[in-house]
Ligand binder design. Structure first.
Ligand SMILES: Nc1ncnc2c1ncn2[C@@H]1O[C@H](COP(=O)(O)OP(=O)(O)OP(=O)(O)O)[C@@H](O)[C@H]1O
Ligand SMILES: [Mg+2]
Length: 344
């Protein structure tokens, strides 16, 4: 427990320029509540904060016990300066499919390829990566479009696997796009050279929808990579329970994310059974056994992750529902210091 071990509060104070905060981890470990706790902290300090849920199954409405659905930014009743959105990608996915099919038809016709576009569209659009990339696209849009409207944006991401895969995709997309743009340029200039009606071809090229798409996408990816890779702007926190599987997942993802040059902020340990929890609930055999079991996993966290632990959230006697519970959680998250250990 060295002196330079930063708590969540210190970590974020020492990096006050960070604007985009992500929480990730295995399913059900507490990503949503952690994101909400962080968002509430900054909002209560007077900053304008957006909490964005990127899960296909949203839970902000049930967490805050109010209707935050509909895919639009809504104020959170009870916490001034806090806004929330449950991002809806169905419309985006539909738009993508339509655009993809138009582009494909156009391309097949242009290239004189006598096949039906529908089959290609179906194959491309049923790929699970399609929805993931729509989700990623939406994330980037929120960062770019809402970044100037809010002081901080906190993202509650779907399972980290997806998030990281998206970031990996991003890198591959970038490379692929560069190649596509090059070969598109070559193809177009060849057409100009070969044509007797150069002017008409030049006109056509200016309107080339595929080139336009490629350039736009490339620009977006460049910007996204810039934001995601900037430790002064972006940070990923990993949430784990004191259990074997989530710990293993967190360790693996820290490595993966760092492999993509994305800054990691550290680990949030959630649902720790404390002496206080034991006193609150009658210390049944079940809880006593749980405590013994937990001890083992806390040892692992201490051994392998301790300097990266930013906060420890106790297991509350009840589910976290409603503004008051979120505020209490937020206080616990930001009052924690390394010297408090696991509250044992
Ligand atoms: N420390 C805690 N004490 C009591 N209940 C908790 C605690 N942490 C989380 N919960 C409850 O556990 C459930 C899961 O938490 P949460 O929704 O934040 O997890 P998640 O990682 O976002 O899940 P998903 O992967 O499904 O999105 C919620 O009902 C929440 O209220
Ligand atoms: Mg969640």
């Amino acid at each position: 427990m060295s002196g330079n071990h930063e708590s969540l509060k210190k970590f974020l104070e020492n990096r006050s320029s960070i604007r985009y905060i992500f929480t990730g981890g295995k399913g059900g470990v507490g990503k949503t509540i952690s994101a909400a706790g962080i968002a509430a902290y900054f909002a209560l300090k007077g900053e304008k904060v957006l909490l964005a849920s990127l899960n296909p199954v949203h839970s902000l409405s049930s967490l805050f016990n109010q209707d935050l659905s509909g895919g639009v930014i809504k104020p959170v009743e009870g916490i001034e300066n806090l806004w929330a959105i449950e991002v809806d990608i169905t419309e985006k996915v539909m738009r993508y499919k339509k655009q993809l099919s138009e582009r494909l038809r156009w391309f097949l016709k242009w290239a004189d390829i006598p096949v039906k576009a529908d089959e290609f569209v179906d194959i491309a659009a049923t790929n699970p990566a399609f929805e993931e990339s729509a989700m990623f696209d939406e994330t980037v849009d929120i960062m770019l479009e809402k970044g100037s409207e809010f002081d901080r944006i906190i993202f509650d991401t779907a399972a980290v696997a997806n998030a990281v895969r998206l970031l990996g995709l991003n890198k591959i997309y970038g490379l692929w796009l560069e190649r596509m743009i090059e070969s598109r340029k070559e193809a177009l200039s060849l057409r100009v050279k070969l044509s007797f009606r150069k002017e008409k071809v030049m006109e056509e090229i200016k309107k080339d929808p595929m080139m336009k798409d490629l350039l736009e996408l490339n620009e977006k990816i460049r910007k996204a990579t810039e934001i995601f890779g900037d430790p002064n702007k972006t940070v990923f926190f990993f949430v784990t329970l004191p259990l074997a599987l989530p710990i293993a997942v967190v360790k693996r993802f820290i490595k993966m994310v760092e492999g993509f040059n994305i800054p990691t902020g550290g680990v949030i340990v959630n649902s720790v059974l404390t002496k206080k929890t034991l006193e609150l609930g009658e210390a049944t055999d079940y809880l006593k056994n749980k405590l013994v079991e937990q001890e083992r996993y806390l040892e692992i966290i201490k051994r392998d992750l301790w300097p990266q632990v930013r906060t420890v959230i106790p297991l509350y006697p009840r589910e976290i529902i409603g503004v008051e519970s979120v505020i209490k959680l937020s206080e616990d998250m930001f009052n924690w210091e390394p010297s408090m250990g696991f509250y044992q």
